[in-house]
Design a protein around this ligand. Structure first.
Ligand code: HEC
Length: 150
């Protein structure tokens, strides 16, 4: 009996770090991808979301999207006031009616393999991948979006 309890305890001790290592977080996994693949156009030289919304056409011409150089600014397009925008832009289109990828999908990598690997990481981070717009998302669906910082 005691041996069984010890065995169960040891298994638990071994399993916890394995599960913990699998959680995809902004700090550990997403920040680096964004830095490599997105900040050329969404970095410190880019407008904040509010500035961007005031002159979307002007910024588009300059190839500048809103700034995503912090967790706080990125989360807005994941589960904030513009929830789902990140998912719609990054989706590969494989599960949509028209089959078209989002227009930021191409920036996820320089090869198909890199793009799909990075998309997988984003999907794990978001937890509940949805292409719905903020107003179509129920409270429950919003809560299912994880996108944790640490
Ligand atoms: C070559 C420049 C460039 C790169 C690289 C780039 N983007 Fe963009 N992005 C833009 C521009 C310009 C816009 C605004 C025009 C538009 O909506 O398509 C935009 C718009 C967006 C939007 C929608 C913003 C809104 O609310 O309207 C999201 C989300 C986004 N990008 C995410 C990303 C992510 C994530 C990456 C990295 C994988 C990325 N982008 C890489 C230029 C870029």
């Amino acid at each position: 009996m005691v041996r069984m309890i010890v065995a169960v305890f040891v298994i638990m001790m071994l399993a916890v770090p394995v599960f913990a290592a699998e959680t995809v977080t902004y700090e550990k996994d997403i920040k680096g991808i964004v830095a490599n693949r997105c900040l050329v156009c969404h970095g410190p030289q880019s407008p904040t979301m509010e500035e961007f919304k005031k002159d979307e056409e002007g910024y588009k011409k300059k190839m500048k999207g809103p700034r995503y150089d912090s967790y706080k600014s990125l989360i807005v397009v994941v589960k904030g006031s513009d929830a789902g925008a990140l998912m719609r832009r990054l989706d590969d289109g494989k599960n949509t009616k028209d089959g078209k990828p989002g227009n930021m999908y191409t920036y996820l990598g320089s090869t198909d393999a890199e793009r799909s690997a990075n998309l997988e990481t984003f999907k794990k981070w978001v937890g509940s991948w949805t292409l719905k717009k903020k107003k179509e998302l129920s409270k429950k669906e919003l809560e299912a979006i994880k996108a944790s910082e640490k």
